[in-house]
Design a protein around this ligand. Structure first.
Ligand code: ZN
Length: 182
């Protein structure tokens, strides 16, 4: 089922999410719905707050980046209760966008590689080091679980430039190919 996506300005995008347990009802269906919603909107990641659920669940598929970033190939994952354990000192700037902030794409500087721990949809625990676009998308989605949207990581000057467009998004004046929550 395709779910509507929450837009910038909605209070749930500022809320820190709660971890879930194995008993969370219909988690597999929820994850399937999140993938379907993400693909329909041509996204590479989607976090639960973006579909109006305050829980620590996200989905990622970086395969679309594989031509330029080989590490992105075939990385299609559902991630539950993630933690970032370590971040590299090295950073890189990469242009990000967000289904909750349609029409805005800006360079964001983040650590190049990260060590993470998370559970998959079968609640198997994983601990791994992510680099390149894997690290990038993970950090963007992880931010959503912390109540943070990528535009909040931009400089004050850049945000000032975007103010008008962000306001339009908040007021639902932007048209999208996918359904957004009013
Ligand atoms: Zn996002």
């Amino acid at each position: 089922m395709i779910l509507p996506i929450v837009g910038y300005g909605h209070s749930i995008l500022r809320k820190k999410t709660e971890n879930i347990t194995k008993d969370y009802p219909d988690i597999k269906q929820l994850i399937a719905d999140m993938f379907e919603t993400m693909y329909k909107a041509s996204g590479v990641g989607l976090a639960a707050p973006q579909i109006n659920l305050p829980i620590s669940v996200l989905v990622i598929d970086t395969d679309v980046f594989k031509e330029s970033y080989p590490e992105g190939e075939g990385w299609r994952v559902a991630i539950i209760n993630p933690e970032i354990l370590e971040v590299s000192e090295e950073t890189w700037a990469f242009e990000e966008g967000c289904l909750s902030v349609p029409g805005i794409h800006e360079d964001v500087i983040r650590p190049s590689s990260i060590k993470v721990r998370y559970f998959d949809e079968d609640f198997n625990e994983h601990e791994e080091v992510l680099t390149g676009v894997r690290a990038r998308v993970f950090q963007h989605e992880y931010d959503h679980l912390q109540g943070k949207v990528f535009v909040e990581r931009l400089s004050n000057i850049k945000r000032a430039f975007l103010k008008r467009r962000l306001k339009d998004i908040e007021q639902n004046k932007i048209r999208t190919d996918y359904k957004m929550i009013k």
